[in-house]
Write a protein that binds this ligand. Sequence first.
Ligand SMILES: [Cu+2]
Length: 116
Amino acid sequence: MNRRLFAALLIGGAAGGAVRLLAQPANEVSVAASKFEFTPDTVKAKVGQPLTFVLTSLDRIHGFKMPEFGLRTDIVPDRETRVSITPTKPGAFVFFCDIFCGDGHEEMSGTLVVEG
Ligand SMILES: [Cu+2]
């Protein structure tokens, strides 16, 4: 292998690592809960790619439940709540508030769309 090619490969490898590091936050999605919605209410993910929800509340305590992922947590105002999943199959999966927060609570849901 000549020296120039070797140097190019080294630089290429380092750049690849940097891109991966920079791409890491892209696997986080911020979701704000408020009466009676999640914003955004549609979140996209990819099979096998970890995704972290960064949950905040704009008014009061809400819940965040995703039955297919065995996941639930409280969303408390003035705090970031992080939960992570790694989807294993494509599909559309519901998440919803499971703490009664008033009339309209039943409508408080969203969808995780997982692409293969
Ligand atoms: Cu609610």
